[in-house]
Design a protein around this ligand. Sequence first.
Ligand code: ADP
Ligand code: MG
Length: 309
Amino acid sequence: AVPLVVAINTTMAANNGMLIRDRIAMEEARNLDTIVFDKTGTLTKGEQGVVDIETTTGWDEDAVLSLMAAVESDSEHMIAEAIREDARERKLDVPDAHGFEALKGRGVRATVEMDAAALPGAEASGGQDGETVYVGGPNLLRHLDVEPDDSLVAFSDEAGERGQGVVYLIRDGEAIGAVALADVIREESREAIDALHAMDVKVAMLTGDSEDVARAVSEELGIDEYFAEVLPDDKDKKIIELQEQGNLVAMVGDGVNDAPALTRSDVGIAIGSGTDVAVESADVVLVENDPRDVVKLVRLSRKSYRKMQ
Ligand code: ADP
Ligand code: MG
């Protein structure tokens, strides 16, 4: 009966976007008690996004964001892309701008055609030639000798505690708003972790990123245990530690850095657009970049096992 079960298993797996490279590991997945996720690119999208906005008196969020997007129209910086993307998502009218200049390591400057109608909360100004507006980080504030007001200082402190970067909008010698940027958490991650908890599986996270970022992401997702600032060569050591505590451990990751941990774990799961090295090191490959497929995998293993009995 075993070959039949394996056949069902493999077909069902393929239909669920899973490629099984090691059938024994797939059978073992039913007994997993700990699943370790790589953070960047697995639980998060691995790209910067705007996660918070603060404005000063007289300005609303959309006005600040559309002005920022205008200044950033010409920049290829990851921060610029995140700001433009958020403006697009909010369907904002971004005013015309010209005279773009990158201020290396600090931010960007441009001349924006200010328009009261397109900028709720902002008074009209500038006229024909527009007005010079800056977007940049703390370095730019220092460079321009601009002191942010108390609300922006508090905003920046809180963002810093979460490990997020902040960039400011500066107009007429004044910081009038700011955005916080962070690697965006996948919406599917929370659902996957809740489902794993409901199945009595402990969830851990492994990352080379800072303690602040790791703690914030863990709290946001309800992760049981995290390991931050882990060097690429030490990722597999964390898996061994968990195994020595008596756990049956799966690792979920996508990067070259994850390969030793994928090999070392009891069930190595390569996810999404994983690098070739990650795929080669994995027992199961999840084709989509969706952490909920890890839940499907454990369910499928449990279901197949019951059929065998
Ligand atoms: P990094 O690659 O570490 O971000 P950069 O030299 O590219 O270093 O930028 C340093 C800082 O300058 C950024 O963290 C940000 O605060 C600010 N900065 C640079 N370019 C931009 C930009 N286009 N928009 C906003 N802020 C920027
Ligand atoms: Mg750079």
